[in-house]
Design a protein around this ligand. Structure first.
Ligand code: ATP
Length: 316
């Protein structure tokens, strides 16, 4: 599947072309991924555990080797021009890996030094202030809360002034309040001109943060869509009406609409759009009444990301 941008005028900041990965174990973690990320966007890579999100990030950051395909970051090939490409990228890994006894300022300065950049205290001060870490700059990391430690990880990833920031499961195991904080912080980072790619398996997180969402499942990028469009699909709900006894077919008056009969003939299922002002439910219920169709129970159900996976995978 090709997921090139609709707008040819913009040069992508990341371009992934024909990337596959088979681990030494023989496990195929990624299959033929094509993906362009535009400068300044927040892109969420959404998928269940084991889908291949971390592998894809690792490959783009040059940590994991591809089996096929190529990647450029800001125009630099991640294999041929590794140092230049990597210098453009900040990575916040899933695991919190910091030197517990270091002070915040020292660890962030050290991270910058690893990229061979001269000291820039004014820039690091801005990073720490933006992340509400300035007051903690002299604190040892071990004394910080979990949320603050995560911020330190982000500060380290930003220390070398990257144009692209990867956040791998930024809110895994984080409480609701901290999650909201993190979302606000990510939006703020984008405003400062950083392109952000994050992975998540929370649909809500992708919904809150992303401009575009890519859905990855079993190593395949099965969908890349503007958030608004995807949410429209997710905005569909099903109304299910339990019939007192099975019927053979829907009356013709109903078959024109988004109404279906379950295979066993015991339920009438109506799909409607939750975003629409007029769901059509009152009209449907009136019509059933006119047709003399009784029902014994009625329930609604939100179509889930799971449903989207299932329908996408079956479509393929
Ligand atoms: N070094 C490795 N050797 C063999 N298989 C691996 C290796 N690393 C990952 N895998 C497998 O590749 C698949 C994709 O893993 P990956 O970590 O990329 O998924 P993920 O979508 O990031 O999931 P999670 O959210 O659980 O981290 C998984 O089945 C995983 O077990």
């Amino acid at each position: 599947m090709t997921n090139r941008s609709a707008s040819p005028a913009q040069t992508p900041i990341i371009s992934v072309a024909g990337v596959s990965k088979t681990y030494a174990s023989g496990h195929v973690a990624l299959k033929q991924i094509d993906l362009d990320i535009q400068p300044g966007e927040i892109f969420a890579l959404l998928g269940p555990n084991g889908a291949g999100k971390t592998t894809l990030i690792g490959i783009i950051c040059g940590i994991v080797k591809t089996s096929t395909g190529s990647i450029t970051a800001d125009g630099f090939d991640i294999e041929r021009d590794y140092r230049a490409a990597r210098a453009r990228i900040g990575l916040v890994p899933q695991e919190l890996a910091t030197d517990a006894f270091e002070k915040v300022w020292d660890t962030v300065s050290f991270s910058r030094g690893l990229f061979g950049l001269p000291a820039n205290p004014a820039y690091l001060e801005k990073v720490l202030r933006d992340l509400s870490l300035w007051d903690k700059r002299k604190s040892r990391i071990i004394t910080l809360s979990g949320g603050m430690k995560r911020r330190v990880m982000i500060a380290k990833a930003l220390s070398h002034e990257p144009r692209i920031l990867f956040l791998d499961e930024p809110t895994a195991g984080v409480d609701v309040e901290l999650r909201r904080d993190m979302w606000a912080m990510v939006r703020q980072l984008r405003q400062s001109g950083v392109t952000i790619i994050l992975t998540t398996h929370y649909i809500e997180e992708a919904e809150q943060m992303a401009d575009r969402i890519g859905v990855i499942n079993r190593g395949e990028l099965i969908l890349v869509e503007d958030k608004a469009k995807l949410m429209d699909k997710l905005g569909k709900k099903e109304l299910s009406l339990q019939l007192p006894s099975p019927i053979d077919a829907l009356p013709s008056a109903l078959s024109e609409q988004s109404v279906a009969l379950s295979d066993d003939g015991r339920r009438i299922v109506y799909t409607f759009d939750t975003h629409s002002e007029n769901t059509g439910i009152p009209a449907l219920l009136r019509q059933l009444d006119e047709l003399g169709i009784d029902y014994t129970d009625l329930q609604t159900r939100q179509s889930s990301l799971e449903d989207i996976f299932v329908s996408l995978v079956t479509e393929r």
